[in-house]
Design a protein around this ligand. Structure first.
Ligand code: PLP
Length: 359
C-alpha cells in the first residue's frame, strides 16, 4: 500500500457539507478568533520560537512543568519530528503500529528511512463495532530494531480504542529502548466512554512515553496548525530542538492560548459532536447499513463493495465524505460528525445513496 498521495488528503472541492476531514463543524472559540486577529497585527514580526506562553498554558492545564511540553505545526508535523528523532541514525529502525492506523505514521516512518511494521487487528472494522486491537500481538512484534510504537487512541479512521487496561499494559510492557507514542487527537470526544482512558488518566511510567494531541479537532483550529507533544523533559527537548524554527505562527499561538481559556466553547463542541455522532448512529441503524461508531468525531460506513460511486453519489447531494483507499479499505467510508443541519443533510442523502447497499 502506498502512502497517502496529496490528492487523497485534501477535502473534495465544492461540497456544501464537508464531512471528509474530521474537522469541528462548530468552529473555533470566538475568543480564539479575536486573539488571532489581534496577533495578526504583528505579522511583520517572527513569532516566539519557544511558544513560551502557549506551552505554559498547556503545562498549567496538564499540571506538568513547561519543559515537558512542546508544540509544533499541527500534530502531524509533531509526529513526523518524533518518529524522525527516534529513528535517527539507526540503520534498521522499525516503527510499529496497528493496521489501519493514522496514515501519517507510515509516511513518517518512510521519511525517517525506517521500516513500518503493521500489526494485524483481529476483527474487521465493521459491522457495528470498530476492530479489536490486540496489545499482546503488538508487544510480541517488538524487536531490538523497534524504535517507535505509535498508537492512535482513538484511532483514525476506524475509531477503535484501547481501554485503560490495554493501554496500561502496552506502556508498562514496552521495552525502555522503544519510544511509545500515544496519539490522542480525539481524546476530548472519547473520555469517559467504553473504558477509554487517556495517558493523563493512567498511573504509568515509561522513560520514553510521549503523548501527542492537537488543537485541530475539539478546539476547531485545524487551519491554524497547532499540535502538542508531552513527555519527559529531556526527550521533549531533543525532539523540539530539531523542529524547524518559528514553526507555530503568532496568530496560531494566540488562538490556541485563548481556546484553552474558553472551557464553555470546548464543552459545547464536545457535547454537540457526541450528539451528532449519536444521531448518525441512529439514522444509519434505521437504514440497516453496516457501520462502526468508534470514539472519534466520525463514523465508519461499510458499503459492501467499491466506494467510488457512493462517494460520487454523496457529492451529488453536496456531501463530501472520505474514501479510505490509502488505508487499504476499499468498501468503507469515513464520515465526520457535522452540525445538526449537516447531520440531517447526510442522513437525507444516505437514504437515497445507500438504498442498494447490503445490510
Ligand atoms: C489520529 C490523528 N492524529 C493526528 C492528526 C493530525 O492532526 P493535525 O496535524 O491537524 O494536528 C489527525 C488528523 O486527522 C488524526 O486523525
Amino acid at each position: 500500500m502506498s502512502v497517502a498521495a496529496a490528492s487523497t488528503v485534501g477535502p473534495p472541492p465544492g461540497m456544501d457539507v464537508r464531512l471528509s476531514s474530521n474537522e469541528s463543524p462548530f468552529g473555533p472559540s470566538p475568543a480564539a478568533l479575536a486573539a488571532a486577529r489581534e496577533a495578526a497585527a504583528a505579522a511583520h514580526r517572527y513569532p516566539d520560537d519557544q511558544s513560551l506562553e502557549l506551552r505554559g498554558a498547556l503545562a498549567d492545564r496538564l499540571g506538568r512543568p513547561r519543559e515537558e511540553v512542546a508544540v509544533g505545526t499541527g500534530s502531524a508535523a509533531v509526529l513526523m519530528d518524533v518518529i524522525a528523532h527516534a529513528c535517527h541514525g539507526r540503520g534498521s529502525a522499525e516503527v510499529l503500529a496497528f493496521e489501519r492506523s493514522f496514515v501519517v505514521y507510515r509516511l513518517a516512518a518512510e521519511n525517517a528511512g525506517a521500516h513500518y511494521v503493521e500489526v494485524p487487528t483481529t476483527n474487521p472494522p465493521v459491522p457495528h463495532a470498530p476492530e479489536h486491537r490486540d496489545v499482546d500481538a503488538l508487544l510480541a512484534r517488538v524487536t531490538d530494531a523497534t524504535r517507535v510504537i505509535v498508537v492512535d487512541n482513538p484511532g483514525n479512521p476506524t475509531g477503535a480504542h484501547l481501554d485503560r487496561d490495554s493501554l496500561t499494559r502496552l506502556v508498562e510492557d514496552a521495552p525502555a529502548h522503544v519510544t511509545v507514542v500515544v496519539d490522542e487527537a480525539y481524546h476530548h470526544f472519547a473520555r469517559g466512554q467504553r473504558g477509554y482512558a487517556a495517558v493523563d488518566e493512567l498511573d504509568v511510567t515509561h522513560p520514553r512515553l510521549l503523548t501527542v494531541t492537537t488543537f485541530s479537532k475539539a478546539y476547531a483550529l485545524a487551519g491554524m496548525r497547532v499540535g502538542v507533544l508531552v513527555g519527559p523533559a529531556p526527550l521533549v527537548a531533543e525532539v523540539d530542538g530539531r523542529r524547524s524554527r518559528f514553526n507555530v505562527t503568532g496568530p496560531a499561538q494566540a488562538a490556541a492560548i485563548a481556546s484553552l481559556g474558553d472551557e464553555e466553547h470546548l464543552e459545547r463542541t464536545v457535547a454537540g459532536t457526541l450528539e451528532g455522532r449519536q444521531r448518525m448512529v441512529q439514522g444509519l441503524t434505521e437504514l440497516g447499513v453496516r457501520f462502526a461508531d468508534g470514539l472519534g468525531n466520525f463514523v465508519l460506513l461499510d458499503v459492501g463493495g467499491a466506494v467510488d460511486d457512493v462517494v460520487v453519489a454523496y457529492a451529488g447531494h453536496g456531501v463530501g465524505v472520505r474514501p479510505l483507499a490509502p488505508y487499504g479499505m476499499r468498501s468503507q467510508l469515513r464520515v465526520s460528525v457535522g452540525t445538526p443541519p449537516e447531520v440531517d443533510a447526510f442522513l437525507a442523502a444516505s437514504r437515497e445513496v445507500l438504498v442498494d447497499v447490503p445490510a
